[in-house]
Design a protein around this ligand. Structure first.
Ligand SMILES: CC(=O)N[C@H]1[C@@H](OP(=O)(O)OP(=O)(O)OC[C@H]2O[C@@H](n3ccc(=O)[nH]c3=O)[C@H](O)[C@@H]2O)O[C@H](CO)[C@@H](O)[C@@H]1O[C@H](C)C(=O)N[C@@H](C)C(=O)N[C@H](CCC(=O)O)C(=O)O
Ligand SMILES: Nc1ncnc2c1ncn2[C@@H]1O[C@H](COP(=O)(O)OP(=O)(O)OP(=O)(O)O)[C@@H](O)[C@H]1O
Length: 501
């Protein structure tokens, strides 16, 4: 691990107070180094943060036994925690989420000041755009870190991600690691939850990009309504130098209005000509897309190594952010032609191309509409068979809108498991079934592997496209409190199509 400065607990308190975050040190002014929010991953000498709806006092006992030097907690938890950790030095604060974010930025010494931090928000396309930008930066020999829903790679540590935007102490550690690894750029997806729950408080984005907005993540455990979801996302412009805005998005006037907080606004559009970066002559094929980029007074041909009309919009966003990072057009062309985004628009075909599967991450109304529309355009005359479900315990609106959108395009759907968490897959599928318009035929097969096999059986004998949706190349299902390992949709599709044809 790279060197990290040690502080005294009182330095942290002073820093919080200077940021208008009330804090009080109780006990010895002990040395602390680093910060942790998880008692199962404690580094010796760290400050342990006691927070969260399911926090238990025994996590604090575990953290101290594993070597944490001190802890931070809210006033309301102080008494209960002092009982399990008598005499342990601690910092008491009024708002733990704010305090942990500001303290982490301070203790990791604000690595964002030495980095080009690029934040991408929007309802759909964040991961895809991040991967496109990263592919361009690679082509330009500018290695970058990435934080997003697919993976976390900070130059020193690389693993699958848990959250799209990590909790603040993890975020600042990844920024610190990025700086230590010698990388100069951090490309990160910024979720509405990341913004709402202060995970990115204190972080400065050189560039903040707003891709689009649609209804999603509205449920008792997420956003209370669309306004809460949308206004959370708009907060990204409070902390950036340059705002990049897609003027094709719904609610574009409000987005542009919020973007005025930035020093500069750059716009892009795949549909209109009055943006700074636009696309013309879009030509789609099953395996990729090409278009003319009109920007900076010139026209250039761009070949995109990924299918789907909506990806032109993502590519434009990546191009703008690459230009703002000083990348030349040769590297942009090279990076975009070779891009692969795991689990997004991944096409698997049988040797005779008669059977075709698309593994994609579409799972809400906006992405369903764009994906189905794109498939209908790109594969005229083919039967469309879709396999999907809906997650347990969140985004419940999807159970109503996904069958409705599918019915406009698909010939047959199979409802199946998709991260049921604490609900029964049968119940979720029954809701999807009850919301299915009468013109769409469907079947419920709870086991996802069997559902996919059945989709290919139905497809046999007709030119068709089988859409395996919402899981991408994920290798786990969220069942109860556990993430159970399963074979990914991509792997199942490859296995079936290569063994049967
Ligand atoms: C409001 C918020 O930021 N919630 C996040 C937060 O939860 P929390 O603070 O309530 O913590 P908790 O899960 O109740 O656990 C309590 C604490 O005990 C600790 N713990 C737990 C077990 C143990 O043995 N020892 C221990 O120390 C945990 O590390 C945690 O700090 O910290 C947790 C651990 O880091 C996150 O999983 C959790 O995200 C919630 C559940 C979540 O996953 N939310 C989703 C909806 C989300 O954020 N999604 C967005 C993407 C969606 C979008 O596009 O907008 C995302 O950015 O991922
Ligand atoms: N610009 C876009 N507009 C609409 N739909 C899109 C767009 N880009 C991608 N999609 C669809 O959304 C799916 C998810 O894309 P991606 O993973 O890039 O989005 P995301 O914003 O990172 O999603 P999430 O928040 O769920 O992680 C894709 O598989 C595709 O079907």
């Amino acid at each position: 691990m790279p060197p990290l400065k040690a502080f005294h607990a009182s330095d942290v308190v002073d820093n919080l107070m200077s940021n208008e975050c009330r804090a009080r040190l109780i006990g010895a002014d002990i040395a602390i180094q680093g910060m942790s929010i998880d008692s199962r991953a404690i580094e010796k000498g760290c400050l342990f943060v006691c927070k969260g709806v399911s926090f238990k006092p025994q996590f604090l006992s575990m953290a101290l036994a594993s070597g944490a030097s001190a802890y931070m907690c809210e006033k309301s938890a102080e008494e209960a925690l002092a009982r399990v950790a008598p005499g342990a030095p601690h910092i008491v604060v009024e708002d733990i989420r704010r305090a942990m974010a500001l303290a982490a930025a301070f203790m990791y010494d604000h690595p964002d000041r030495a980095l080009n931090v690029i934040g991408i928000t929007g309802t759909k396309g964040k991961s895809t755009t991040a991967y496109m930008l990263r592919s361009i930066l690679d082509a330009a020999n500018m290695p970058s870190s990435i934080l997003g829903s697919i993976e976390t790679d900070d130059g020193l540590v690389r693993h699958e991600s848990h959250n799209t935007t990590p909790e603040a102490p993890d975020l600042w550690r990844h920024l610190h690691n990025t700086e230590q690894s010698g990388r100069k750029v951090m490309v990160m997806e910024v979720s509405s939850h990341g913004l709402k729950y202060e995970r990115v408080l204190g972080l400065h984005f050189e560039t903040a990009c707003f891709l689009n907005i649609g209804r999603d993540h509205i449920s008792p455990v997420e956003h209370s309504d669309f306004e809460d979801y949308f206004s959370s996302k708009l907060k990204i412009f409070d902390q950036c130098s340059t705002a990049v805005v897609n003027i094709d998005s719904d609610h574009k006037d409000r987005i542009l209005d919020a973007a005025r907080k930035a020093q500069r606004i750059v716009t892009f559009s795949a549909e209109q000509s009055d943006a700074d970066y636009t696309a013309r002559n879009i030509s789609l094929s099953a395996r990729g897309t090409s278009f003319d980029l009109i920007a900076e007074g010139e026209t250039r041909k761009i070949d995109l190594g990924i299918a789907g009309r909506f990806n032109v919009s993502n590519a434009l966003a990546a191009i703008v952010m690459a230009r703002l990072s000083g990348v030349n057009f040769d590297s942009i062309e090279k990076g975009l032609s070779s891009v692969r985004v795991p689990g997004r628009m991944e096409i698997v075909a049988s040797s005779d191309e008669e059977s075709l599967a698309i593994v994609d991450y579409a799972h809400n109304e906006l992405s369903f509409k764009t994906l189905f529309e794109s498939v209908e355009n790109d594969y005229p005359g083919r039967k469309i068979i879709a396999v999907f479900g809906a997650p347990g315990g969140k985004a419940e609106e999807r159970r109503e809108c996904l069958p409705r959108v599918a019915a406009q395009y698909a010939d047959f759907v199979i409802y199946t498991e998709e991260d049921p968490a604490h609900e029964r897959v049968e119940d979720i599928c029954a809701e999807l079934a009850a919301n299915t318009p009468s013109n769409l035929s469907y079947e419920v097969i709870v086991d996802r592997e069997q559902a996919i096999e059945q989709a290919f059986r139905i497809a046999e004998g007709h030119p068709s496209v089988v859409l395996l949706l919402a899981k991408g190349d994920e290798t786990s299902q969220h069942r109860g409190d556990r993430y159970v390992e399963v074979e990914s949709d991509l792997s199942i599709a490859k296995r079936i199509l290569t063994s049967c044809h």
